[in-house]
Design a protein around this ligand. Structure first.
Ligand SMILES: O=C(O)CCC(=O)C(=O)O
Ligand SMILES: [Fe+2]
Length: 390
């Protein structure tokens, strides 16, 4: 537990962070929407109803029109209130017999010994509730599971919304595109008109951007589904990192040090970017302090819980100390390719991960005019915690 002094520091640093990140005033919120022509989303237009949609030209050959991204500028949600999360994995039969039938009608292959499994012959859309409970447990055990040949996308947004809600209330992304009427489906969309990596590679040597999704929320997601709709046949893979093994590889002495630390995760910059680009903000941005090491309630295992995209500062430390430790952890997590699994997408692939114990990055390594389009369902989960030593 933090001492009295470090608790004080934590409060000070959190309030300093809010002060520094004063948000654009309400009346300016959407002032750039109408003029948003020459940027990376040049392919969208604002309708009279306040909804940003793809231009007819951009949408003309989209493979899954029901999942075309829209941004509703009328949508302003209340801040998330804390709720009690019940992890479906706690109800799972540990034999996993409902998920993996004994008739041998499926195949299951480990992608690496400790992390990642690829499954064929199981249809997620058909799972019983008992099988879904076991899926939550299995995903916590394996970190990331790749399901091939799925029909979830074909079932449409409503079915997917209901499917995802089984695992917990779905997270609504504050800024991303969503199928019209289904803001619980977060869309990943790269237009055919824009070279996917041009803007990034202008200033960076790589498109790698590891993160744990929306870790700035008070209750970030646990089980997360990312389903392929359309994309290049070569390129656009997604890489996942095993944050449990990354923790277990550290020396016991260093584990003890980082177990006493807490870090600020901030969604302010993402919200500012969305506003700057004429996008939307469905809720006011938040920052939250989470433990640097967190326990997964389904396995009892600990994982390193920091990422370059959203983690800003270890609140218990001075700036230089915080930078040194965070940079060490980022290097350890994101440069150790023996902690990684790289998923190549195919038509109808759905990847499921436990967002509490893994970070991921898309690779924007293709530069031909090809659309990349996926949707995500992510259940909000418990407030991250580190179980005290018994
Ligand atoms: O596109 C991908 O492969 C991952 C997308 C992603 O990480 C995100 O939208 O948060
Ligand atoms: Fe992500």
């Amino acid at each position: 537990m933090p001492s009295a002094t470090s608790t004080e520091t934590l409060a000070e640093k959190t309030s300093k962070l809010s002060l520094n990140k004063t948000i654009v005033k309400d009346e300016n919120k959407y002032s750039t929407v109408g003029t948003y022509k020459a940027n990376k989303f040049a392919t969208r237009v604002l309708g009279d109803d306040g909804i940003l949609r793809l231009t007819d030209e951009e949408a003309a050959d989209i493979k899954y029109p029901d999942y075309a991204p829209t941004w509703d500028t009328n949508e302003h949600g209340e801040p998330y209130q804390e709720f009690e999360f019940h992890d479906r994995g706690l109800d799972a039969d540990p034999s996993l017999k409902n998920l993996f039938p004994t008739d041998g009608s499926f195949s299951k292959e480990e992608l690496t010994p400790k992390f990642g499994t690829e499954v064929k012959g199981i249809q997620l859309s058909q799972l019983s509730n008992s099988a879904k409970d076991e899926l939550a447990l299995f995903v916590a055990q394996r970190g990331v599971v790749v399901f091939r040949d799925q029909d979830l996308a074909a079932k449409g947004p409503k079915f997917n919304h209901e499917f995802g809600e089984y695992f917990g209330p779905l997270h609504i992304h504050p800024a991303s595109g969503a199928p019209e009427g289904y803001s619980t489906l977060h869309l990943v969309y790269r237009s055919t008109e824009v070279k996917p990596n041009e803007a990034i590679l202008k200033n960076h040597g790589s498109t790698v951007a590891f993160h744990s999704d929306v870790s700035y929320e008070k209750q970030p997601p646990s089980i997360t589904f990312l389903a392929h709709l359309e994309g290049p046949t070569s390129g656009g893979d997604t890489v996942f990192v095993d944050s449990v093994t990354a923790y277990e590889r550290l020396s016991p002495q260093f584990q003890q040090i980082i177990e006493r630390l807490h870090a600020v995760h901030s969604g302010f910059e993402q919200a500012e970017n969305s506003r700057k680009n004429g996008g939307i903000t469905r809720r006011e941005p938040v920052a939250n302090v989470h433990p640097v090491v967190r326990t997964n309630q389904l396995t009892g295992k600990k994982a390193i819980y920091v990422n370059r995209q959203f983690t800003r500062d270890i609140v218990d430390l001075k700036k230089e100390e915080s930078d040194a430790i965070l940079n060490f952890l980022y290097d350890h997590l994101f440069s150790s390719i023996d902690l990684h699994v790289r998923v190549k997408w195919e038509e109808n692939t759905v990847v499921v991960w436990d967002n509490r114990i893994t970070s991921h990055t898309a690779l924007l390594d293709w530069d031909t005019p090809l659309r990349r389009h996926l949707y995500r369902l992510a259940s909000r989960a418990e407030v991250p915690y580190l179980e005290k030593q018994k």
